[in-house]
Design a protein around this ligand. Structure first.
Ligand SMILES: C=CC1=C(C)c2cc3[nH]c(cc4nc(cc5[nH]c(cc1n2)c(C)c5CCC(=O)O)C(CCC(=O)O)=C4C)c(C)c3C=C
Ligand SMILES: [Fe+2]
Ligand SMILES: [Fe+2]
Length: 341
């Protein structure tokens, strides 16, 4: 049981409320061991890898964790925030927490912070900090617009694992996925409209590239693919665009099994040959820019599209801590805090 409560419990303000933004996680550095530690924790999560443990353990520990950290470390080095010596995912998630704290500053009883499912700051450490500060009510906000057991559920699991060890457990709420929340659709639609308007070319096609998922997870009931397709359909409706102007693809395939299709990488290589030479691309499954968007799409994706004969390529950033993105997060948090504030 956690001993983090002050011994004089009169110090505790029981009306304090914690709002905890949860994101995936990222390595602490780009070196082999930092990336290996992070990937080891991530890829040992049975919500992420459903292969039986006895089969997966040797593949992970003798294969993947021997070779992948060096390759991924190189990719992280290309996008690393050198000034802060941190991964963009952590820098921007902190920016979001700070911006939300400012927006909720009128409610003196609210404490806003952020935590990661894998790596640092750990979900347990931040929940213990909130509990020690007197938060007896906590709202968990997994920052994944589209629900997946591999992201939303495991983020909540990790929080509940920590709560299991607390003698005086706070009341807890979890914010739902927001793939069809009108505020999210508007924020996304506005960022697409403004992103395209700022270009020096008119894209033939706008690609919404979502993080991929093994096809078998969808067949077993994960609603992620449906949520992704619905987000794009709603954003297209918001913009008033015809169906053929926007496309859904899935990126970041991992391992030999069948993943959701069409794959972003293969699509980008094939489009110029079909006469689609000018594209804009964005990644709505990511609440903040990270290795999967900045390196895999904006660098690798651009190279393969241009190398295949493409003429213009633009990457539209994630909502990050933009005013529109924060308006959406603030509205969602205020809605989920109803009755508490
Ligand atoms: C089976 C493997 C994976 C599944 C399933 C998966 C789902 C999934 N992931 C995100 C969001 C992010 N993933 C990120 C990185 C990343 N993802 C996987 C594997 C799976 N993801 C790996 C191995 C990695 C590490 C990078 C690499 O080595 O190539 C990140 C970025 C983290 C960062 O530090 O920048 C995010 C964010 C979603 C939304 C999702 C849902 C289907
Ligand atoms: Fe991932
Ligand atoms: Fe990737």
């Amino acid at each position: 049981m956690s001993q983090s409560l002050p011994s004089d419990q009169s110090q505790i303000n029981p009306s304090r409320i914690g709002v905890l933004l949860l994101n995936l996680g990222t390595p602490d550095g780009t070196d082999y061991w930092s990336v290996r530690r992070y990937l080891g924790e991530f890829l040992s999560d049975p919500r992420v890898i459903e292969t039986p443990k006895w089969l997966w353990w040797p593949i992970l520990n003798l294969g993947i964790l021997t070779f992948r950290p060096q390759k991924s470390g190189h990719a992280y080095a290309q996008i690393w925030d050198k000034e802060k010596d941190e991964s963009p995912l952590r820098v921007i998630t902190r920016d979001q927490a700070e911006a939300l704290a400012q927006r909720l500053a009128g409610h003196g009883e609210i404490m806003v912070d952020f935590a990661m499912r894998y790596g640092n700051p750990s979900t347990r450490s931040v929940l213990e900090k909130m509990q020690a500060a007197g938060c007896q009510k906590i709202l968990l906000v997994p920052l994944y617009p589209q629900y997946s057991a591999t992201t939303t559920a495991t983020a909540n699991d990790k929080a509940f694992d920590a709560l299991r060890d607390m003698r005086w457990q706070p009341a807890v709420r979890t914010a739902p996925a927001y793939f069809d929340d009108p505020n999210y659709v508007a924020a996304l639609g506005n960022s697409i409209r403004d992103g395209v308007a700022a270009l020096d070319f008119e894209p033939d096609l706008v690609i919404t590239s979502y993080h991929g998922l093994p096809q078998s997870y969808v067949e077993r009931g994960d609603p992620y693919e449906r949520h992704c397709r619905e987000t794009t359909r709603l954003a297209r409706g918001y913009l008033g665009w015809p169906e053929e102007r926007m496309m859904v693809t899935f990126q970041s395939r991992f391992g030999p099994t069948k993943w959701l299709e069409p794959a972003t990488a293969e699509t980008l290589e094939a489009l110029p040959g079909k006469g689609v030479k000018k594209v804009a691309i964005l990644a709505p499954a990511f609440s903040v820019d990270c290795i999967e968007t900045l390196e895999e799409i904006a660098m690798q994706g651009r190279d393969s599209f241009m190398g295949a004969g493409g003429e213009k390529f633009a990457y539209i950033p994630c909502l990050n801590a933009s005013a529109g993105g924060m308006d959406m997060i603030e509205a969602m948090v205020r809605r989920e805090l109803a009755g508490w504030i």
